[in-house]
Design a protein around this ligand. Structure first.
Ligand SMILES: C[S@@+](CC[C@H](N)C(=O)[O-])C[C@H]1O[C@@H](n2cnc3c(N)ncnc32)[C@H](O)[C@@H]1O
Ligand code: SF4
Ligand code: SF4
Length: 300
């Protein structure tokens, strides 16, 4: 990360903590909900299957930038399916950079060739070893690993959503992250139980066991892009929600924190690590602040 970007984030953090501000810094733009997969744990694919037009996405990028957002995520559906008006995902990343976003990340299922060297991080979903990943995501593991190996840059961060089907495969994903060239880190979420996927939710004890494994992996020098100090809050779901510093834009609709904000009762069961990490950070939790500084400077 450039020093000037770091200074801007530090200034934002200090203002937010001291004056209890609720301005956003992290924004996600949903490019489409169309997807080539139908993962067992996912409730947001192919509801409309519309690819949102380039002009609309560009306006949303400008709107979020105007609101002060400086960390931008492109998400879906499957982001690599997005193209419109002669533009593709890579063009959006380049335009976001030119617009002044300080960090530009993309989330993908990794089933398409990866040529996005300009993205800071490509969060690529890998949900276990071959067997458990394929159980959740269809027969995709081998082609994803091939795409990772052929990627044009080493900016990939594996992204695992831990649920009942893959809770025992955390170590496998960590080892893949550690030993695969082009993979810089691995980041975790716990399953967030939408009404149609409640059976995949983890109990408190299961979450505690998973956090023990992740902590062990951190000790074994696996590059984990999460904050250990947030684990106790994640295990007990006792972090504040929603995250006011995060916003999501989908098809012109702006939501605070996640598009899931409208699902009744879901925030109390939220499994997204970023929500715990950001809300605790902006509450001024000193352990989180120190660990976030170390972690972000290492991976971005
Ligand atoms: C919705 S997908 C969109 C991007 C891309 N299609 C992919 O799979 O990475 C974004 C991330 O959300 C995760 N996810 C989906 N449903 C979830 C849930 N209920 N709880 C936690 N993570 C979830 C996916 O595993 C994926 O890592
Ligand atoms: S690839 Fe992503 S958007 Fe598609 S079904 Fe799986 S988690 Fe959902
Ligand atoms: S806190 Fe609520 S809105 Fe935010 S990600 Fe979790 S479930 Fe979604």
């Amino acid at each position: 990360m450039k020093l000037s970007a770091f200074a801007q984030f530090a200034g934002f953090g200090i203002r937010t903590i001291l004056f209890r501000k609720k301005d956003p810094i992290l924004g996600t733009i949903i490019l489409t909900d169309r997807c080539n997969l139908q993962c067992k744990h996912c409730s947001v694919n192919n509801i409309t299957a519309v690819i949102y037009p380039y002009r609309q996405i560009k306006e949303e990028m400008q709107q979020l930038y105007g609101m002060g957002v400086r960390i931008l995520f492109f998400c879906g559906g499957e982001t690599f399916l997005w193209r419109d008006s002669g533009k593709c995902l890579r063009d959006l990343v380049l335009e976001a950079r030119q617009m002044g976003y300080l960090i530009v990340n993309v989330v993908t299922n990794g089933t398409f060739p990866i040529n996005l060297p300009e993205a800071d991080l490509i969060l690529l979903s890998l949900d276990g070893d071959r067997t458990r990943h394929n159980q959740i995501r269809g027969d995709t593991y081998d082609s994803i690993m091939e795409n990772i190996n052929n990627a044009s840059a080493g900016n990939i961060c594996l992204y695992m959503a831990v649920n009942q089907l893959n809770k025992d495969a955390i170590r496998d994903v960590c080892m893949t992250a550690k030993h695969t060239p082009n993979v810089r880190a691995v980041s975790f979420n716990f399953h967030t139980p939408y009404p149609d996927t409640q059976t995949l939710a983890l109990s408190r004890e299961e979450k505690a066991k998973c956090c023990d494994v992740i902590a062990q992996m951190m000790q074994e020098q696996v590059p984990v892009f999460n904050l250990r100090s947030a684990f106790p809050y994640l295990i007990d779901n006792r972090f504040p929600t929603p995250c006011h510093q995060c916003v999501v834009m989908e098809n012109g609709k702006l939501s605070t924190c996640g598009r899931c904000i409208d699902v009744p009762g879901l925030c109390e069961k939220c499994g997204y690590f970023f929500v715990a990490e950001y809300t605790l950070l902006f509450q001024g939790n000193l352990k989180i602040i120190a660990e976030m500084l170390r972690t972000y400077l290492k991976f971005i």
